[in-house]
Write a protein that binds this ligand. Structure first.
Ligand SMILES: Cc1cc2nc3c(=O)[nH]c(=O)nc-3n(C[C@H](O)[C@H](O)[C@H](O)COP(=O)(O)O)c2cc1C
Ligand SMILES: CC(C)CC(=O)C(=O)O
Length: 352
């Protein structure tokens, strides 16, 4: 008998290694890569590494409670699943496996418009969903997607605004990977016998946000804001929340790290709408840093894909439970009894 002494993945980074071992290299590259030199991908994580926490001591508050509510949606912790396309490339069942893990963990999954399983079939898992939209120039089609998301029970609409064009992905160019294999398709884009191509349009503007605002009573979030003036315009256009994000470094390479932009956006918004952040969150301490700099919650993209590619639903569950355990530990060590208590002032929180 041989004794297997490998402990299995103990953190998110280990899950990336495990996923890389399992995935077709071109598919691994699709998930892992960023635009061009991938400087923003690296900057997102580096920004978290650069910031150090200053904990408080002797507060005696007992174990932290992680529950929170984001724009009216309750969640077991302030960590959401960022919208990511093409889950069936990572695991045969695709998005429903991810959704079941999110449901078991009690967290919000932002379902991507470009999912490989339809929003109705993802919703059938019972998960708490928000819906991510790339507004399409065909407004009637865009509206039909919004109606489907509403009917499926999605509790917020997340409009991605950092994509007036597709970022230049050179790993994809080298691998010749530009589209889904023929056995997979973007299920929400299906219309009768054919599948619509997504349009990432440079004509998208605030007028479209106005149209979407009047189209739905769901909470409306903009995803991909980095500039404080855009954050202010978002509030003026009746947006309910903002996701500070550079799309995981996949769109404009050399765009600033999300975490580095959070303080300026928080100042511009001045508490009028909640802020979320994504990009480079890999540790519980990363979540604490984002909360301290003004986020209500964070979202994770690639960590979920690494869990999914490694072991399907069980892998995503494990990634979410690792992040939960790390967050609980980090809050305890910071002397905080919950996410709402983490502020820059009170925790002395963050030194740049
Ligand atoms: C493989 C992959 C696919 C993505 N697809 C989408 C998408 O369809 N829509 C979207 O708004 N963002 C998409 N994103 C961006 C994520 O929502 C999120 O902004 C980013 O992954 C956060 O960075 P992280 O991966 O470092 O956590 C995608 C990211 C990855 C890695
Ligand atoms: C096909 C892409 C538009 C999906 C996406 O947002 C991404 O890969 O980052």
């Amino acid at each position: 008998m041989t004794l297997d002494l490998t402990p299995g993945p103990v953190n998110v980074r280990d899950f990336e290694t495990a996923a890389r071992d399992r995935l077709d290299p071109a598919h691994y590259d699709y998930f892992a890569s960023g635009a061009q030199d991938e400087l923003t991908v690296a900057a997102n994580e580096a920004a978290f590494r650069r910031r150090m926490l200053v904990p408080r001591v002797l507060r005696g508050g007992g174990p932290p409670r992680l529950e929170t509510t984001v724009l009216g949606t309750p969640a077991a912790m302030p960590v959401l699943l960022a919208p990511t396309a093409f889950h069936r490339l990572a695991w045969p069942e695709g998005e429903p496996a991810t959704a079941r893990a999110a449901a078991s963990a009690g967290v919000i999954m932002i379902a991507a418009m470009l999912s490989t399983v339809s929003i109705e079939d993802i919703a059938a898992t019972g998960a708490t969903l928000w819906f991510q939209l790339y507004p399409q120039p065909d407004m009637a089609f865009t509206e039909s997607l919004v109606r489907r998301a509403e009917a499926a029970g999605c509790r917020a609409l997340v409009v991605t605004v950092d994509s007036p064009a597709l970022g230049r992905n050179e790993r994809g160019d080298r691998n010749g990977f530009h589209d889904l294999p023929p056995d997979l398709h973007c299920a929400n884009m299906r219309e009768g016998g054919h599948v619509r191509q997504v349009v990432l349009s440079p004509h998208i503007s605030w007028a479209d946000i106005g149209r979407l605002r009047s189209m739905t009573t769901l909470p409306l979030l903009l995803k991909g804001v980095l500039h404080p003036l855009d954050a202010r315009l978002a509030v003026e256009h009746g947006v309910d929340g903002i996701i500070v994000s550079n799309h995981g470094g996949r769109q404009l390479d050399t765009a600033a790290a999300s975490l580095d932009r959070l303080p300026a956006v928080a100042e511009a918004v001045a508490g009028r709408v909640p802020l979320l952040l994504d990009g480079g969150v890999r540790r519980g301490t990363d979540v604490v840093k984002a909360l301290a700099l003004g986020a209500t919650a964070v979202a994770v993209g690639r960590p979920v894909l690494w869990g999914l590619a490694t072991a399907g639903e069980a892998g995503v569950s494990r990634v979410l439970s690792l992040l939960r355990t790390e967050l609980e530990n980090a809050l305890t060590l910071c002397g905080a009894t919950g996410p709402g208590e983490v502020t820059r002032d009170e925790l002395g929180g963050i030194l740049a």
